[in-house]
Design a protein around this ligand. Structure first.
Ligand code: SF4
Length: 276
């Protein structure tokens, strides 16, 4: 249950930071290992841009991928989505102060999760307040199963990551996950919003199996107002070994379909660390 004017943040919350909400230096270096706040966006069209992240707790999906060898790859932020640990309720004032003390020249904020739309009312208010601090460029990372026009109005870039059949977990979570994971109507609302408000979006798919390609093409055939360059394919994997196993096929499908290859730059730079 979300309290008014509060947001439930995952344990990495606002990251990476070097000052707390009172503006005092925090005792240890951020997980990036750098002595400055901020990191870079590691995936997609805005790859490499200095950014500060806000991670919200809770998700309406339960993604678990099955690797070719039969092993399972859970959501790479399971601590923020369905095995929530150390989440905390934070006031909007506290989040604004944390961001104010840690942005420096950074003007890109990335709101991620979990699924941020689960807290869309409070998030809308947070974005309004943040834009009063500075004209931030705000990215929303979402699984695109939920939509709120009020929140969309505050967002500059939408990173839509619809979940394919490869993400269906073993029972008992499989039925609900499969029922909720894809909503072409919701995805279209995001796309149409960007087209009428002169904004941008990306459709980012995780590639884990051959049948993903048919599923992506079927989904794209239900959508309008997108271009090939808006479609990104990213190799599945929460660590370098699993990603490596999917790179060749991901590359081939990108080239054959004119889609954009999506790297996981964070894994190369920071490994599987949280809060980077
Ligand atoms: S939708 Fe995203 S955050 Fe939610 S479980 Fe799936 S991968 Fe994790």
């Amino acid at each position: 249950m979300v309290e008014k004017n509060k947001i439930i943040l995952a344990r990495d919350g606002v990251f990476p930071i070097t000052r707390n909400a009172e503006g005092e230096p925090v005792s240890s270096l951020p997980n990036s290992g750098l002595c400055c706040p901020g990191t870079i966006q590691g995936e997609g069209k805005l790859n490499g841009i200095p950014s500060l992240f806000i991670r919200l707790a809770g998700c309406n999906l339960h993604c678990i991928w099955t690797n070719p060898d039969g092993s399972l790859s859970p959501c790479d932020t399971a601590y923020a989505s369905y095995h929530i640990r150390q989440a905390r309720s934070c006031t909007l004032e506290e989040i604004c102060r944390l961001i104010g003390y840690n942005t420096g020249v950074i003007d890109h904020l990335v709101i991620t999760g979990g699924e941020p739309l689960l807290q869309h009312k409070e998030l809308t208010e947070l974005c309004i307040r943040l834009k009063k601090i500075k004209k931030f460029h705000i990215t929303l990372e979402t699984n695109a199963t939920l939509y709120a026009e009020e929140l969309a109005t505050q967002i500059d870039f939408f990173s839509l990551s619809p979940k394919l059949a490869g993400s269906i977990p073993p029972p008992p979570q499989n039925i609900l996950h499969d029922k909720q994971r894809l909503s072409p109507e919701t995805i279209q609302k995001f796309i149409s919003h960007t087209r009428t408000h002169n904004k941008d979006f990306q459709l980012k798919f995780v590639y884990s199996q051959e049948t993903d390609i048919t599923e992506i093409k079927t989904l794209l055939s239900c959508l309008t107002d997108w271009k090939k360059e808006d479609v990104l394919l990213m190799p599945q994997g929460g660590n370098s070994r699993d990603v490596e196993a999917n790179i060749q096929q991901t590359l081939r499908h990108c080239i054959e379909n004119g889609w954009r290859y999506c790297d996981r730059l964070h894994l190369a730079l920071f490994g599987s660390k949280e809060g980077v």
